[in-house]
Ligand binder design. Structure first.
Ligand code: FAD
Length: 328
């Protein structure tokens, strides 16, 4: 006989994305947000990296704070933009020295004031090259060692390297720069071949966009997990901004619902309900979890998880991760 405990499905894993604070006041608020997000037990919290290193130091500070004050895995975004090989090498070492073991390797957005048509990349021209570099720098720091007496029977090569996870971006509706419909899947295959272990998607507005993309990626040979990126759109201004940044097509239903709702609170509820429905649908479609763009605010994404039934109302989380006193 199956016990009722056996029949309860495991809660879906989830993770969050934050960006470095711009002011001292927002830094204090972000620390509070990190503590609240850590309480519910995310798989990781990722921190964005500004184009051309504009937020580099502040990204690392946030990652250090996550590491020092919680048990949650900090995941560092790194970009190719404007970096030499030597500079990128130094940067990766700095993050590894700070104890960061998980990365999201990205080509990067064009820095403010430049466009996709300007030359803004440095020595590294694609995320796949950055994946390779992270892997190589990590390997150089801790090369293979011999166990036993080298050359004698029983001697073996052991790999003492701590595990480094390298995530990459994926684009369910294609990258705005793609010149043909398969190019973004080829780019994802190249990143997998370079050593990527996980893909996180750009935001999308319909569950089918994700499900069909995963289907096509699997047919093409992509085997790494593809985590859907979900962004709660809590007002028309945010919708306009993300459409401008991502080149996604306008989601007519959501856009109209947000435009006709007169109150900010009502718009927020629409955004939460839409994101929660999307999370439920992609999980039903086989997603290995959900990655939520948190905009440095914990209330909205926690409401999404509760409304999607991933967190139970009032509960601290499926796999509660206590906030640490301090690791420093
Ligand atoms: P790549 O995989 O290198 O390439 C992207 C696309 O460009 C490919 O799909 C392909 O269509 C085309 N392409 C690739 N190589 C070639 C080639 N040799 N010739 C022609 N076309 C080519 N940006 C930031 O600056 N900081 C961040 O922290 C950040 N975080 C992100 C997090 C997520 C989850 C996502 C989805 C995006 C993020 N971005 C961030 C945005 C990202 O940097 C941009 O979307 C960028 O334009 C593409 O990055 P990529 O790593 O996918 O690039």
């Amino acid at each position: 006989m199956t016990s009722s405990v056996d029949s309860v499905p495991a809660p879906a894993p989830f993770s969050f994305e934050l960006y470095p604070p711009r002011t001292a006041a927002s830094e204090a608020a972000l620390h509070e947000t990190i503590a609240r997000l850590a309480e519910v037990g995310p798989r990781f919290i990722s921190v964005t990296y500004g184009a051309g290193g504009s937020t580099g130091g502040r990204s690392l500070e946030v990652l250090r704070h996550i590491r020092a004050t919680t048990d949650v895995e900090p995941l560092a975004h790194l970009t190719c933009v404007g970096n030499t090989y030597a500079g990128a090498n130094r940067l990766i070492r700095e993050f590894l020295d700070a104890g960061i073991r998980s990365f999201l390797a990205l080509r990067g957005d064009p820095p403010a004031g430049t466009s996709e048509d300007d030359v803004y990349l440095g020595d590294l021209e694609s995320a796949a090259q950055l994946v390779q570099l992270i892997d190589r720098v990590q390997a150089e720091r801790a090369p293979y060692q011999e166990s036993g007496i080298p050359g004698m029977p029983g001697a073996a090569r052991v790999d003492p390297r701590p595990r480094v996870d390298i995530a990459v971006a994926a684009f369910p509706n294609g990258h705005p720069r793609s010149r043909h419909p398969r190019e973004h899947i080829d780019a994802l295959l190249a990143k997998q071949a370079a050593g990527a272990t996980l893909a996180i998607t750009q935001l999308f507005f319909h569950a089918d966009d994700y499900v069909w993309f995963v289907d096509r990626a699997r047919t093409a040979g992509v085997t790494i997990p593809i985590l859907p990126g979900i962004m709660p759109i809590t007002g028309p201004a945010r919708l306009r901004r993300v459409l401008q940044l991502t080149g996604e097509e306008i989601p007519a239903d959501l856009a109209i619902a947000l435009e006709v709702e007169p109150t900010a609170e009502g718009q927020r509820e629409i955004g939460i309900a839409h994101a929660a429905r999307l999370a439920e649908e992609v999980l039903a479609g086989g997603a290995p979890g959900v990655h939520l763009y948190a905009f440095n605010n914990h209330d909205t994404v926690l409401s999404v998880l509760r409304e999607a039934g991933i967190l139970t109302a009032g509960a601290s989380g499926p796999a509660s991760t206590p906030v640490k006193e301090s690791r420093r």
